[in-house]
Design a protein around this ligand. Structure first.
Ligand SMILES: C[S@@+](CC[C@H](N)C(=O)[O-])C[C@H]1O[C@@H](n2cnc3c(N)ncnc32)[C@H](O)[C@@H]1O
Length: 211
């Protein structure tokens, strides 16, 4: 399926119907429905709303040169959409549960790394997406790693269903409730340059239909 076909299909639907259609098209539904938490501090698999994924691509202005990484990528709903609907140079999912990676849609240009976000390489990432994959100490440890990445180059971090207060991350919209977009600010390191200025109107419409 092309980006054009996907955007046309989703944009033609009522916002409430978009997720079910997208999950049907790419078989992103977890048959276990209520999966167990895979480990201490880790959350169970639940797919993001497509509106938040679209919003991340638009707000972070993802484009050529970006390395887009979904931390806790589950069944690949975010990575698949990011690959099809952006010009990111690289799209990667990091997932602790190998059986979820095995069931991800096979999409050219998307790679998956099986492992713990505390340990796998993240150094080349420029845009990170997190839909509450972990909490507590684990989250702290991963944000320490992201801070380390930001000491080398500017990054953008998109979070869904949680916000963070880090003195090195500047929120785009402090009033936002569910979706947050932050840019790193580290002395002596240039901020990440938005890679794209124009977006498909259908992508923007999907992004604007926050659940
Ligand atoms: C709420 S789901 C989000 C799935 C996907 N990002 C999306 O938005 O559709 C969280 C995912 O994070 C994974 N996860 C939890 N802790 C992890 C860790 N330490 N390293 C990698 N993945 C992790 C879980 O297995 C689960 O699939």
């Amino acid at each position: 399926m092309t980006a054009d076909e996907l955007l046309e299909r989703l944009a033609s639907l009522h916002p409430d119907a978009r997720d079910a259609e997208y999950e049907r098209l790419f078989s992103v539904v977890d048959p276990r429905k209520h999966s167990e938490t895979p480990g201490e501090g880790m959350t169970a698999y639940v797919p993001s709303h497509v509106a938040y994924i679209a919003r991340a691509l638009v707000d972070a202005a993802v484009g050529t040169g970006d390395v887009f990484i979904d931390l806790g990528s589950g069944l690949g709903k975010v990575t698949t959409f990011a690959r099809l609907c952006s010009d990111a140079t690289s799209v990667r999912g990091i997932e602790y549960q190998a059986d979820l990676i095995a069931r991800c849609p096979k999409v050219d240009g998307v790679t998956y790394v099986h492992g713990d976000a505390r340990e796998v390489p993240l150094a080349d990432g420029t845009v990170f997406f997190l839909f509450t994959p972990f909490v507590g100490e684990l989250r702290r440890a991963v944000f320490e790693r992201l801070h380390e990445v930001a000491r080398h180059h500017g990054i953008t971090v998109c979070t869904v269903a949680f916000s963070v207060e880090e003195d090195w991350l500047v929120p785009r919209d402090p009033e936002s409730l569910w979706f947050h977009c932050y840019d790193s600010r580290v002395e002596g390191v240039a901020s990440r340059t938005p890679r794209r200025t124009e977006f498909d109107s259908r992508l923007k419409r999907i992004a604007a239909s926050e659940p």
